[in-house]
Design a protein around this ligand. Sequence first.
Ligand SMILES: CCCCCCCC/C=C\CCCCCCCC(=O)N[C@@H](COP(=O)(O)O)[C@H](O)/C=C/CCCCCCCCCCCCC
Length: 297
Amino acid sequence: MVCGGPTEMGYPRFLRIVLPLALLFLFLYLSVTKLHVHLHECLQDGKPCRQIPNDVIEDIRVKPSASLKLDPSDVQLLENVMKNCKQHEFQIGRMVEAFRYCMTEKKDILLEEYLIAWRQLIKFMDALGTVFTFISSETMTKVNILQGYLNGEHGKDYRTVTSMVKYELENEVVNFKELPPNRVPSGCRTLLRLHRALKFLEVFLYNLGMSVGKDKTSQMCADAYHKTLSHHHSWFIRQVAEVAFLALPPIEDMYKVVCVSNHKDAKIVLLTTVDAIVKVYNITQEVYTKHGMLDLP
Ligand SMILES: CCCCCCCC/C=C\CCCCCCCC(=O)N[C@@H](COP(=O)(O)O)[C@H](O)/C=C/CCCCCCCCCCCCC
């Protein structure tokens, strides 16, 4: 079993060109976000003009649960991965555990555990290097907003996704028309951003798990992004993402990150992860659909 960390990944030389380009896009992005409020003043049917309705997005469904049958040797492999990966900053086992533990018997999501899983993903992105800093700090911002609510005065109302939705709707914290400036965004719209990113992660890990070991990670990641998260991002963000994909390490290095040495083992670990993510995603999706909250600005 190979157990090198993501910090051991070697990056190609072309990054010397890609990195300045990424910084340029970042600069452009930050310039445009200063115009954020003005862009949102353009409203159509009560929605910002740049917002793409949720229903144009192809419904991507991966169904590993039905096909994922683990025999005792697979279970042993997963246990080994959990044990042997403990020295890594990013622990896929810890992430899977958190995604599993965050689901309650009443088909609800415990926010505290959900955020633990996201913090693991942030560790992974941080280990990938500076090209990913922007994405990981954006993710951290969202995690911190939710943690802030959990630690705040109404913390108990933020224990689960359902209780958060109930509390924020009853207290008019959620704004369906615009993102009010100079206010901490609501928990519901913040979680929605992570929820959409979770679909991207699900499809990306599924692509990785199902690949025959020859495909490029950048291609698999771009494919997942184009099918999912990109529909919610502005042009500038999409360009930043395209640059980041080029900096992704090759598939063998990804395998090391999840503490496996070959494609067969990677498939088991990755599809087990996808299985947990799909369940969490579906529960959240149901709550948001029920309350018509899939397009919160
Ligand atoms: C073998 C293990 C593999 C683990 C792979 C980990 C991959 C990391 C998982 C998810 C990363 C994406 C997290 C992105 C959060 C995005 C939240 C968001 O959409 N924010 C946008 C909207 O926010 P508001 O403006 O409405 O407040 C925001 O505009 C976007 C900011 C920039 C994010 C750019 C995202 C690019 C996605 C591509 C990520 C590729 C990372 C791959 C790392 C392997």
